[in-house]
Design a protein around this ligand. Structure first.
Ligand SMILES: *Cc1c(COP(=O)(O)O)cnc(C)c1O
Length: 865
């Protein structure tokens, strides 16, 4: 029988255990082990049946079971204590309150299309979402006042299974928000808050707003599946990254523009401060900036109304943009005509559509004039932008150089903050006990991790084995379930009970399956891989997992190739593919692997975070020097797979890199794991691989603090949130006086710039044969047209020159106005000391100069000599 209607009956708890409800609804339980254990122990069978979901657990208990809990004094006391602890956690002063200046932002809005917080709230597809979840959790732990904004997807992302012939199958579970740790945001009169954005043809896209509490951080999720909407509008938030074209565009319009409206309602109803900073995590939420511009240009503001340029200036100051991928196909682009069609419908009536179109235009060499690029709009709407690892910063500066013509790549104003992971979520508690001093504080995180050096090798080895053993057990269960789903009968599956071995070197590889991650590089030479797996003395076993995007046939084929290899009875006890990689699987997988493998096509992995989670558990990384590993590999914390990126064709490159991978495993990784010392002598006689464990300890002690998302959050606060809050406040003060003045100045400079030139440069002080220590004095004769010398900065760029006269290791020195020559002409003068031998060169250039400009390249204006 099928129900025609469904609703969720809320459990009413007796007074004495009423706090259980709050403990279940605040997602802090998902990283607070004592709270999680409390729920698990209330009723272990029910806990398993609801897959570790506290809200569903409480909903599944009978009245008698609830009465029993309420009558059990020790449990009641435990609940009270945990409730008091949560209370303390939510209200006490933490790192942010203790260390940050009085003008630190009072609130930071964080926009992301996906959030991976816990398997109970499956609103993520992969790394981007997990990162966003870790961002919120760490913000909460540090007391950083972040408010998250996203969408609630009725189906979340898909669940993956395999067909008999190893083809990926997708199913979309229906999620019932009423049965999840979510609360509907309501008006004072109890009606649900409704935010709406107008659509073409007089239609409207409305949404309710769910609130999740991630510790101290509220997360607002917009849900379009409400009766006010027509069927099309209802399905806008049906699934993550659903469909292309209009579907995706409407998701992003709702996320950005609806998201700002949801924030406004949230602040109005809860008294929370309006955000000082808006952080767009990737381009999907870029329309948030348009909504904020529209607010400032709304004629209802009367005399306070701003022009397009003024509003853009104000919004940019307080906006931070993070780009997450160097893969062009990973960037959202729409048809320009599509954007025009939607905005002409009155989405932002006060904002000229042509200005919006210009923000996303690919109007640089190599761009497509018919496209609207969300990352490009994100960069133009944000005064501050970053990539997610040092190397990714470099790659992003090259990739987006076209937006700042006239500047060298290293001057493109995109910085980098390396991603991190939320330690308490991803570290196994047994490793935490060994590696992390419980009395240490966030103020000296590195010191906390040094405790691991004092731990006895045998003890650490025993814990590592235990974790491997638990992974092996989990793999067997999952593999059997997968084979049953593929149509196998129990009688055929006895072999799955003997898959993997808790004493064999275990290598993990799990991630999404876009081509650049090269899931099947390990299959490049199948015979060689087989030999490694089946080696008599030093066998290796591999655990592989990953989802392919549903529309990516090529990715599905890679999975099929891999699974077919693992199906071979000769090797199937040493290599497995586990379907449905998700947070729940990951939390057993990372701790259980000895080695974490990553072999992307360098430099296409922006950061990668799974290797960080492995490192937190004492796993050693075996990876191409890409993303985070490029900056954190130090020769003793794992291995670097060499890259053949200098001219080899793709096939050759795969051959070379795969061969290097096999060589590393065979001659370096496996011998060390099995206790052979570097000198090749016999294994240590106590059965403990001391040199391996030295690497494990070094990994924990040195990478632990660096891969922590707390380090990441502190970087964001210091480098981006604080400066953005200051710029934003300055711009907005006195009815946006500074924003108005700055935008007038920008306009004047832009108009005058075509007439700004360096006419002539003279130098003195350097003889025919200059020597180190000589001072070079430079006079630049410039024409500034309508601008004054205070509007520009003149500088010498100097350094070593190549044969083609390009200046390397360039440094800058300022020139100061020395003489007004009349008619807009000036002489600027300055000097530099020559402090290096070899070929030396210099040049002079003019840049716009204004205190509200955060970066010299920001306006994209430069006059080179
Ligand atoms: C960490 C994680 C990812 C991201 O891993 P990458 O190394 O960035 O590819 C994806 N999915 C899950 C479930 C994760 O835990």
């Amino acid at each position: 029988m099928k129900a025609i209607r469904r609703f969720t009956v809320r459990t009413v708890l007796p007074e004495s255990i009423a706090p259980l409800s709050r403990l279940a609804r605040n997602l802090r339980w998902s990283w607070d082990r004592p709270t999680e254990e409390l729920f698990a122990e209330l009723n272990p069978q029910a806990w398993e049946a609801v897959h570790g979901d506290p809200v569903r657990l409480l909903g599944s208990l009978t009245r008698e079971e609830i009465q029993q809990i309420a009558a059990d004094a020790p449990t009641v006391r435990r609940i009270e204590e945990l409730d008091a602890d949560l209370d303390r956690y939510l209200t006490e002063d933490r790192w942010y309150q203790l260390t940050q200046p009085a003008d630190a932002p009072r609130s930071i809005a964080y926009f992301s299309a996906e959030y991976g917080i816990t398997s109970v709230l499956p609103q993520y597809s992969g790394g981007l979402g997990i990162l966003a979840g870790d961002h919120l959790k760490s913000a909460s732990d540090l007391g950083v006042p972040v408010v998250g904004v996203g969408l609630f997807y009725q189906h979340g992302y898909f669940k993956q299974s395999l067909s008999r012939d190893a083809w990926q199958q997708e199913t979309y579970p229906v999620l019932d928000p009423d049965g999840m740790p979510l609360t509907l945001l309501r008006e004072e009169d109890g009606t649900p808050v409704r935010v709406g954005v107008p659509l073409p043809d007089g239609r409207c896209l409305s949404a309710h707003v769910w609130r999740a509490d991630v510790g101290r951080v509220p997360l607002l999720l917009l849900d379009s599946d409400i009766p006010d909407n027509d069927d099309h509008a209802r399905s806008v938030t049906d699934r993550l990254y659903g469909g292309g074209g209009d579907h995706r565009l409407q998701q992003e319009l709702l996320l950005g523009m609806g998201g700002v409206r949801a924030l406004r309602a949230f602040c109005r109803l809860t008294g929370a401060p309006e955000p000082d900073v808006y952080h767009c995590n990737e381009g999907h939420a870029g329309f948030a900036g348009i909504e904020r511009v529209a607010e400032l240009m709304d004629p209802a503001r009367g005399a306070g109304v701003l022009t397009w340029e003024e509003a853009l200036t104000a919004v940019r100051c307080s906006t931070v943009f993070t780009t997450h991928t160097p893969v062009p196909a990973g960037i959202d682009r729409f048809e320009r005509a599509q954007i025009e069609h939607f905005f002409e419908a009155g989405l932002a009536p006060s904002v000229p559509t042509r200005e919006i179109l210009a923000l996303g235009a690919e109007d640089y060499p190599g761009g497509d004039p018919g496209k609207f690029n969300m990352a490009v709009m994100g960069l133009r709407l944000a005064q501050r932008a970053n990539g997610v690892a040092k190397l990714h910063g470099t790659v992003s500066r090259q990739m987006f150089q076209g937006l700042w013509p006239g500047f060298d790549t290293d001057e493109v104003p995109i910085g980098s903050i390396t991603n991190g992971v939320h330690v308490t979520t991803w570290i196994d508690p047994r490793i935490a006990e060994l590696a992390l001093d419980p009395h240490g504080s966030d103020l000296d995180r590195a010191a906390r991790w040094r405790q691991i050096y004092a731990v006895d090798d045998a003890r650490l080895w025993a814990v590592r084995r235990r974790l491997r053993e638990e992974l092996v057990a989990d793999v067997r269960t999952r593999l059997r379930a997968s084979w049953k789903a593929r149509g196998a009968a129990d009688a055929e599956l006895a072999w799955t009970d003997a898959v993997l071995d808790p004493d064999v070197l275990t290598i993990g590889f799990a991630r999404r399956v876009p081509t650049y991650k090269r899931l099947t590089l390990m299959l490049r030479d199948p015979q060689r891989l087989k030999r490694l797996l089946l080696d008599r003395h030093r066998p290796v076993q591999l655990v592989v997992a990953g989802k392919s995007h549903p529309a990516d046939e090529q990715g599905k084929r890679l999975i099929q190739d891999l699974v077919r290899f693992t199906d071979d009875p000769e090797v199937r006890h040493r290599i497995v593919f586990l379907p449905n990689y998700d947070i729940a699987m990951a939390r057993t997988l990372f701790p259980g692997c000895d080695v974490w493998l990553n072999n992307p096509l360098r430099p296409l992995e922006a950061c990668g975070t799974s290797g960080m989670k492995a490192a937190l558990n004492g796993g050693l990384n075996l990876s191409v020097l890409d993303g985070w590993w490029d900056e954190m590999y130090d020769g003793q914390n794992g291995w670097a797979i060499p890259t053949a990126d200098d001219g080899a064709d793709p096939d050759e490159r795969d051959d070379i890199e795969a061969a290097a991978l096999y060589e590393l495993i065979e001659n370096h990784v496996a011998p060390r794991f099995y206790g052979e010392t570097a000198e090749g002598s016999d294994p240590a006689d106590d059965g403990v691989p001391h040199q391996w464990l030295a690497m494990v300890k070094h990994t924990l002690a040195t990478l632990g603090p660096r891969v922590s998302a707390k380090r990441m959050l502190e970087d964001y606060v210091r480098e981006l949130y604080l400066p953005a809050a200051r710029s934003g406040r300055e711009a907005a003060a006195d009815d946006h006086a500074a924003a108005r003045a700055t935008s007038r100045w920008v306009r004047r400079v832009r108009e005058a710039w075509p007439h700004v030139t360096v006419e002539h440069v003279d130098a003195e002080g350097v003889e025919l044969e200059p020597q180190i220590g000589d001072e070079l004095t430079v006079h630049a004769y410039v024409s500034l047209g309508a601008l004054g010398p205070e509007d520009v900065q003149a500088e010498i760029g100097y350094g070593r020159v190549s044969d083609s006269d390009h200046i390397h290791e360039r440094r800058h020195a300022c020139l100061v106005p020395a003489e007004d020559l009349g008619g807009g002409r000036h002489r600027f003068t300055g000097s530099v000391t020559i402090d290096r031998s070899g070929p030396f060169g210099y040049t002079v250039r003019l840049l716009p100069h204004h205190p509200a400009v955060a970066d010299r390249a920001e306006l994209g204006l430069v006059a080179n000599a």
